[in-house]
Design a protein around this ligand. Structure first.
Ligand code: NAI
Ligand code: MG
Length: 349
C-alpha cells in the first residue's frame, strides 16, 4: 500500500531534526509493508517566508489528503511581531484538522537515569502518558483582547469537547494500568468544574478503570515528587502544555519526547513536544530523539507497523546505552552522529 506523509519541517531546529526523522524512516522502510510517498510543504515561519502565510492554502490541502503528517517545530524571534505568526499557523492547522487528542508518552530509559536532575530512584520505572486536549480551551477561546492597559483570554470548553478527550484517555488506560488522573482547577475555574463533572460521567462507561482527580498545582508537584504514581494523565490544553514540558525533566531533556495528535476521522500529526529551539538552531547539536520517536509513533499508530516502530525505539535506547548523547544530555554527539548511530543499529545484520 502506498501512503502519503506530508512533511512540515518548519523553523529553527525543525528542519535539522526532520532530516534525522526522514533518515531513520528511509533506513526502516524495507521492513515496512507500506510504501511511503514523502511530500514536503512550507509551514510556520518558513511558510510566511516562502509562501506568504504561516499555513498556506496548498499546505493545508496537502495535509487534508495525507495519511499522516510529520511536523518538526515552528516559531522564532524573526516572526514574533508579525500579524501572521508561525504559532497562529500551528493553531489553525490543529483546528482545521480537528486534532483534539494530543498523546505525549513519557518514559525514562535506564541509560538516562543518571542524567536527569532528579534522583534515579524517583524516576526509575516512570512510564506515563499525558493526554492533552489540543483543539479548545484558552488557546482558542473567544473573546480575547490585548489592550495597552488591559488584556484578557477566554478559557472555554464545550461539554462535547471534554467528553471526547476523556473517552480517548480511558481507551488508552484500558490498554495499560486502567488508571486515569484527570487534572483540572475545579476549585476555581468554571471550565474545570464542567471538566470534572464530565470526567465523572464518562468514567461510568469504563467500570474497569479507576478515575482520580487532581488540581493542576498539586499535580505539578507530584509529577516531580513521585512520577510513578501516574499512568494516564488527562487534562485541558494549557495545563497539558505546561505539565508535559515539566515532565521532560524526568528523562532529562525536552529533546527526547515525541507526541501524536489525533482527530476522530482525518489524518494524525506527529511532532516533538518542544519548539524550534532558536538558541541552538543551526549548530547541528539538537537532540533528534523527539523526532525519531515521533516517526516511530507514526508508524505504529497511523500505519500499524508495530515491528518497525519497536525497532526504532529499541535502536534509540541501544545508542543511548552506548553512551552516545547530544549536548542537552551532557554529551558531545551532533544531531547527525546520533542519527547515524541509530541507523547503524537498525541496519545491523
Ligand atoms: P523550545 O521548546 O523551543 O526550547 C526550550 C529549551 O529546550 C531551549 O533551551 C532549547 O534549546 C531546548 N530544546 C528544545 N528542543 C531541543 C532538542 N531537540 N534538543 C536539544 N535541546 C532542545 O521552547 P522556547 O524556546 O520557549 O520556544 C522557541 C520557539 O518555539 C517559540 O517561537 C515558540 O513559540 C515555539 N514553539 C513551537 C512549538 C511547536 O512547534 N509545536 C512548541 C513550543 C514552542
Ligand atoms: Mg509546549
Amino acid at each position: 500500500m502506498n501512503s502519503k506523509i506530508v512533511i512540515l519541517a518548519g523553523d529553527g531546529i525543525g528542519p535539522e531534526i526532520m532530516d534525522s526523522g526522514l533518515t531513520v524512516l528511509a533506513a526502516i522502510k524495507a521492513q515496512c509493508s507500506h510504501e511511503f510517498t514523502i511530500e514536503k510543504q512550507p509551514f510556520g515561519g518558513a511558510g510566511i517566508d516562502d509562501a506568504g502565510a504561516s499555513l498556506p492554502e496548498a499546505t493545508l490541502a496537502a495535509c487534508q489528503t495525507a495519511d499522516a503528517i510529520l511536523l518538526g517545530a515552528i516559531g522564532g524571534p524573526k516572526w514574533e511581531k508579525m500579524t501572521d505568526t508561525p504559532e497562529k499557523g500551528l493553531l489553525a492547522l490543529r483546528k482545521a484538522l480537528n486534532l483534539f487528542a494530543n498523546i505525549r508518552p513519557v518514559s525514562v530509559s535506564s541509560a538516562l537515569l543518571h542524567l536527569s536532575p532528579l534522583k534515579p530512584e524517583i524516576i526509575e520505572g516512570t512510564d506515563l502518558i499525558i493526554v492533552r486536549e489540543l483543539s479548545s480551551g484558552i488557546y482558542f477561546g473567544e473573546p480575547r483582547e490585548l489592550g495597552e492597559t488591559m488584556a484578557f483570554d477566554t478559557a472555554r470548553y464545550q461539554k462535547s469537547e471534554i467528553k471526547r478527550i476523556l473517552h480517548a484517555a480511558f481507551t488508552i488506560a484500558q490498554g495499560r494500568s486502567k488508571k486515569v488522573t484527570s487534572v483540572d482547577k475545579a476549585n476555581v475555574l468554571a471550565s474545570s468544574k464542567l471538566w470534572r463533572a464530565t470526567a465523572e460521567e464518562v468514567a461510568k462507561d469504563y467500570p474497569d478503570c479507576q478515575l482520580e482527580h487532581q488540581y493542576v498545582d498539586s499535580a505539578a508537584m507530584k509529577l516531580i515528587q513521585n512520577p510513578k504514581a501516574f499512568d494516564v494523565i488527562v487534562t485541558e490544553n494549557l495545563f497539558g502544555d505546561i505539565l508535559s514540558d515539566e515532565a521532560s525533566v524526568l528523562p532529562g531533556s525536552l529533546g527526547v519526547l515525541p507526541s501524536a495528535s489525533h482527530s476522530s476521522d482525518g489524518p494524525s500529526l506527529y511532532e516533538p513536544i518542544h519548539g524550534s529551539a532558536p538558541d541552538i538552531a543551526g549548530k547541528g547539536i539538537a537532540n533528534p530523539i523527539s523526532m525519531i520517536l515521533s516517526v516511530a509513533m507514526m508508524l505504529r499508530q497511523s500505519f500499524q507497523e508495530e515491528a518497525a516502530a519497536a525497532a526504532i525505539e529499541a535502536a534509540c535506547d541501544t545508542v543511548l546505552k552506548q553512551g552516545v548523547f547530544t549536548s542537552d544530555l551532557g554529551g558531545q554527539a551532533s544531531t547527525t552522529e546520533f542519527t547515524d548511530a541509530v541507523v547503524k543499529e537498525l541496519t545491523k545484520k
